[in-house]
Every structure is written in C-alpha cells, then in structure tokens.
Design a protein around this ligand. Structure first.
Ligand code: AHG
Ligand code: MN
Ligand code: MN
Length: 346
C-alpha cells in the first residue's frame, strides 16, 4: 500500500457481524437477518423523522395526506415498520411492543421454526417528536422458551434481562446510529445516508470512569424520597479536587440521555417517587435493554436495590425505577437510598 494511503478500513455493520461476532449466542445468519430487519425499519423511521417538518406526519393520526393516504403518528408508524420488517424477516416467533397491549404472535409460513423473541420500544422520546429533538428505538432479543413450532406466547416475552441475547437502540439524532451488544462489548454504527449503510464508528464503548453529569427530571423534586434528595444535594456541592457540582443534562428521551451519558460519563435516574411508586419506565422495553448495554460497557444498572437484569417480570408492561451509570456512581446512590429512605413516606 502507498505510504500516504490510510490503512483505515470502513467496516459495515454486515461485515462486522460476519467477522467479529464469532462468539454469538445464536447462529450468525439468524442474527444478521434480525439486525437487517431492524435496520431496515430504522431507516424507514429515520426517513420520516428527517422529513417530519415537511409533511403532516406528526401528531395527526387519522388525517389524510395530499396523496389521500391516512396519516399516522410517528410512533404508530414506527411500530408498524418494525413489526412488518420482523414478520417478513422470518426469524421471530413473537413480538412484544410498548405500543401493543398484548404480545403479537408471528405466524411464519417460510420458517415455522423461528425461535427468537423481540421486545420493542418502537419510538422512545415521544414528547420530543414534534420539536426536532433526538428520539430513538430500543430493542432486545431473547430465545424462545416454549416448546414447539409456530407462534410464541407471552411466556416467551416474560424472561429475565439476563436471558437477552442482544439489546440495542437506534438514535435518530444529528446523525442516526445503531448501538448494540450481544454480550461481547458494546459497539456503535453510524448511518451513512449517502450509501444507506451503518458503518462502525464507535468500537468497544466503555462508560467513562468519571461521572460528572446527572440526568433526571428534577421537576418532580417535591415528590422524591429523601435518599434521592440527599444524593442530589451531594452532587451539587463544591469540594476540593472533585468534579462536583455535576452538570444537569436531561433531554427527556431515554435513548438520547443514555447515549450521551454512555459516551461522556453520566448517571441516568428515573426514580420511584410518591405518586409513581414503581417509577415510569418499562422493564421489558426500556430498562432491560439499557441495563444489558450498561453492564457490557462496564457500568451498573439497578432499580435502586436490585440488579435490573435479575428482576423476574410478571407483566409485559410493568414499570421499574431505573438507575444507569458507572459502578461507583450507582453504588453511591444505593448508599444514599439505604441511609435515608428508611424514612420513606408511603
Ligand atoms: P416513550 O416516549 O417511549 O413513552 O418514553 C418516554 C420516556 C423516556 O424516553 C424518557 O426518559 C422519559 O419518558 C421521560 O419522562 P418524563 O417526561 O417524566 O421526564
Ligand atoms: Mn420509551
Ligand atoms: Mn415509546
């Protein structure tokens, strides 16, 4: 090679899966098919997000566009794109989506032995759709646990986070990215819109050791329990040789807040509080996938007491308090919760 030519090689998502994901907990072909299906749906959603200001797709469910087609809200559109792509892909026997009350059994005429289960938050950050702020899609993949062929059941969806074989998110931001793990580290891919491919851009992401950002909706402060209030008082203090006070960064899209904290070093908190004793975020669609990513990036993910991925789900849409960050920060929060929440007002 000419000495002036950079040896840097562009690695597509597809190449990465074939070359690097040798340790996959499931067959590479099946995995790359599911990722391809998710990627295709994400590109469709990305296209709609990018022209969102130009067409009447936002916030107008039930209305007709200029072509006389029914216009869907972006979250419904996203849900349909992901469901359709996974159905056509033929590797998935049941899907759980935040947008659907019940699980969606998948009848695969081509592959009745489809043995994967996908859980989805098709559009995360819905309050930011209309205002040009980053939003995302969160997914996790499990193996089927019920016996037999044909469609899977709710039982296949109600597995602990430790059983995830893959989890990740797409972020539709200033650029569009896919970040995922199969239990072998976390890698990030950026969509090059000119060629329509996700290219490896963030190899083996690790949460920075220093945490100087906190992300939570502090508007709820009055309703917080004492432990979290005391922790907030601590991180806002100024001490010699410390990074305190921390900066607040809160977008209100879990994907975007998580992504920034993962790259910059920060803790994400959605606690339980007086009128939300179980928190707000969903265990199956939000907490488990982000917990898997956090742990694979060297961090810690809990509900304030227990590891998120050890929680036994009982309901598809159940909620959980959520703490995501580096190990020392989440451990510190636990100390505050233990010390002060003895006085919890119930
Ligand atoms: P979704 O748009 O999928 O319903 O999720 C919204 C979530 C999450 O993205 C974000 O972290 C959180 O809601 C924000 O909640 P608050 O508005 O209560 O802060
Ligand atoms: Mn969400
Ligand atoms: Mn959602």
């Amino acid at each position: 090679m000419h000495p002036n030519i950079s040896p840097r090689k562009v690695v597509t998502l597809e190449q990465f899966i074939i070359e690097r994901e040798q340790q996959l907990p499931f067959a590479t072909g099946e995995f790359s098919q599911i990722i391809r299906d998710l990627g295709l749906a994400a590109k469709m959603v990305n296209r709609e997000v990018n022209k969102a200001g130009l067409v009447d797709i936002l916030g107008f469910t039930g209305e007709e566009n200029v072509q006389g087609e029914k216009v869907q809200k972006l979250d419904i559109f996203a849900n349909l794109q992901f469901l359709q792509a996974l159905r056509i892909g033929g590797q998935v026997c049941v899907i759980g989506s935040e947008e659907n009350e019940e699980v969606i059994p998948v009848e695969n005429s081509q592959n009745s032995e489809a043995k994967y289960v996908v859980l989805l938050d098709p559009l995360d950050g819905s309050s930011n759709i209309d205002v040009n702020v980053s939003i995302g899609t969160i997914f996790s993949i499990y193996r089927r646990i019920t016996k037999g062929n044909g469609p899977g059941t709710e039982q296949d969806c109600l597995q602990k986070g430790t059983e995830q074989v893959c989890a990740g998110y797409f972020i539709y931001g200033s650029s569009t990215m896919l970040v995922y793990t199969t239990g072998n580290g976390v890698n990030g891919f950026t969509l090059d819109p000119s060629i329509g491919e996700f290219l490896l851009s963030h190899r083996d992401i690790k949460i920075p050791a220093t945490c100087n950002i906190y992300s939570l909706n502090e508007g709820n402060y009055r309703k917080f329990y004492p432990g979290i209030k005391e922790y907030l008082r601590h991180i806002k203090g100024k001490y010699e040789n410390s990074v305190r006070p921390y900066s607040t960064r809160y977008i209100g899209s879990l994907v975007a807040d998580f992504h920034r904290n993962l790259l910059r070093g920060g803790v994400f908190i959605y606690p339980a509080f007086t009128d939300r004793p179980k928190g707000k975020l969903r265990l199956m669609y939000e907490a488990n996938p982000m917990a898997f990513l956090t742990e694979q990036a060297g961090g810690m993910a809990t509900n304030g007491e227990e590891r998120i991925m050890d929680l036994q789900p009982t309901q598809l849409h159940q909620r959980t308090p959520l703490y995501l960050g580096n190990v020392s920060e989440v451990t510190l929060i636990h100390e505050y919760l233990r010390k002060y929440d003895l006085k919890k007002i119930n």
